[in-house]
Write a protein that binds this ligand. Structure first.
Ligand SMILES: NC(=O)c1ccc[n+]([C@@H]2O[C@H](COP(=O)([O-])OP(=O)(O)OC[C@H]3O[C@@H](n4cnc5c(N)ncnc54)[C@H](O)[C@@H]3O)[C@@H](O)[C@H]2O)c1
Length: 432
């Protein structure tokens, strides 16, 4: 099939490449000229395991193309996926849909034969109705069908998640579009993905409801970890004990820093904003948002306590600064509030991240980037393990850290407190 992905970010690029790998002809469009030029040269704009090889393979065999020309790309394709950003609006909790509506206007001015227009971006319920209205101002409704097909991939696991999804959700009442899309996804369905056809509005809401539920799970276990710290119970035992119950499940039940990233923070806010518009109070999700927003200050209090209230001039090393491992995405990472706070208190921050130096911290005089773990940790008073990269799981701290009074604060619980005790390392973790 001939597909066009509008927006070549985490979702558009990954799904475009994977669709081309399944044998489709795909044009990935972006308004960012530099990004498109780089992609044509084989330079991948994001860190995503396995992505570069897959891009190269499909670009070489001509199934995958990159372009900045939206009109031409749309006219050459039968199925158009909208994959642009839907960030939180400034000074609001609602989703900013300007990128979506701009694209819808452009699509409207381009269509001359039947196209399926799909929102893969996460959009509030009823956005599909609005897209349909915008496009139908310029072209007859017979020439297009607007479908919701939310994307559930996780950064860091994106290719695997796309190729082996738990489910494919297609929100449309149009039988013809449903048949075409079921066919498009048939290679994934034959590998075990469940195919669910719902109304367009239901598909839009399934995405938000899923993200809000996962954010709730994380926040739930994070709050229980706070209790465990007071009662000499290890939160890891609680996570395992709860997770073994199949009704609950162990995934997203690991205590750690505040959830971040490009989805949970904005999507939890956007779903409550939508509900507010309909005078429905999603009080559980609202309290999840509040609890998560408090989480970083709570962890910072713990950091201050570990340093006996003497943060000034302390050398603090962060291992990992992105919002989670296996991604370079800094959006809403808890480090974005924690590091500036500690700098303000006079700490000297050194950090290492496997995905490299981050622009976010360049403006701080007392924040430096180290090119490897050894350099990052060697002079530290406190080492904060902020993300769960495999690279951080077997560090010989005793050998690597020169300052023998160093402390470790493991925010991902990747080391065994018992082993650390045996090694006589001052080790602190979450919920323990
Ligand atoms: N990142 C994830 O893990 C993830 C997972 C599932 C769903 N989503 C959702 O998918 C959507 C996209 O997220 P993302 O992380 O890929 O965003 P992103 O910011 O990485 O990419 C969006 C891209 O769209 C481009 N763009 C914007 N307007 C355009 C236009 N008019 N024409 C062409 N290109 C345009 C931007 O230049 C950018 O490259 C969001 O709604 C997000 O919530 C994201």
């Amino acid at each position: 099939m001939k597909l066009c992905m509008i927006g070549t970010g985490y979702v558009g690029l990954v799904s475009g490449v994977c669709f081309s790998d399944l044998g489709n002809e795909v044009i990935c469009v972006d308004r960012d000229q530099k990004k498109v030029e780089n992609l044509k040269k084989g330079i991948i704009p994001i860190y995503e395991p396995g992505l570069d090889e897959l891009v190269l393979k499909n670009y070489k065999n001509n199934r995958l193309k990159f372009s900045t020309n939206l009109k031409e790309s749309i006219s050459k394709s039968d199925i158009i996926f909208i994959c642009v950003g839907t960030p939180t609006k400034k000074n609001s909790i609602s989703a900013d849909l300007s990128q979506i509506y701009n694209v819808a206007k452009e699509i409207g001015g381009t269509i001359s034969k039947f196209k399926i227009i799909i929102t893969k971006s996460t959009v509030p319920v009823t956005t599909g109705d609005e897209i349909e209205k915008i496009i139908s101002k310029k072209v007859s409704k017979k020439l297009f069908s607007v479908v919701s097909n939310p994307e559930f991939l996780r950064e860091g696991e994106a290719i695997r998640d796309f190729t082996y999804p738990d489910r494919v959700v297609i929100g449309t009442n149009d039988k013809k579009s449903n048949k075409i899309l079921k066919n498009l996804y048939s290679p994934l369905i034959s590998k075990g993905a469940k195919y669910l056809n719902t109304s367009r509005r239901a598909a839009e809401l399934i995405k938000y409801a899923s993200n809000a539920f996962l954010a709730t799970k994380i926040t739930f276990i994070n709050e229980l970890a706070n209790l465990c710290e007071k009662i000499d119970v290890n939160i890891e035992d609680i996570s395992i004990g709860m997770g073994l119950d199949k009704r609950i499940g162990g995934r997203f039940l690991r205590a750690g820093p505040a959830y971040g990233g490009s989805c949970f923070p904005k999507d939890t806010k956007a779903i409550t904003a939508t509900a507010d518009n309909f005078k429905i109070d999603l009080s559980i999700i609202k309290s999840v948002i509040k609890s998560n927003e408090n989480r970083s200050s709570l962890l910072l209090k713990r950091v201050t306590n570990l340093l006996k209230n003497k943060v000034k001039n302390k050398k603090i090393c962060f291992l990992g600064v992105t919002f989670k491992a296996n991604t370079d995405d800094m959006r809403d990472s808890s480090c974005l509030s924690m590091i500036p706070f500690l700098v303000k208190q006079g700490a000297k921050i050194n950090y290492y991240d496997p995905t490299g130096e981050k622009d976010n911290f360049r403006k701080f005089k007392n924040v430096t980037f180290s090119k490897n773990i050894s350099n990052a940790i060697k002079d530290s008073d406190l080492i904060i393990i902020h993300t769960e990269w495999n690279d951080f799981k077997s560090i010989n701290f005793k050998k690597e850290v020169k300052n023998k009074k160093f402390i470790i604060f493991d925010m991902r619980n990747i080391y065994s407190p018992i082993k650390m005790k045996e090694l006589k390392i001052k080790y602190f973790s979450i919920g323990n």
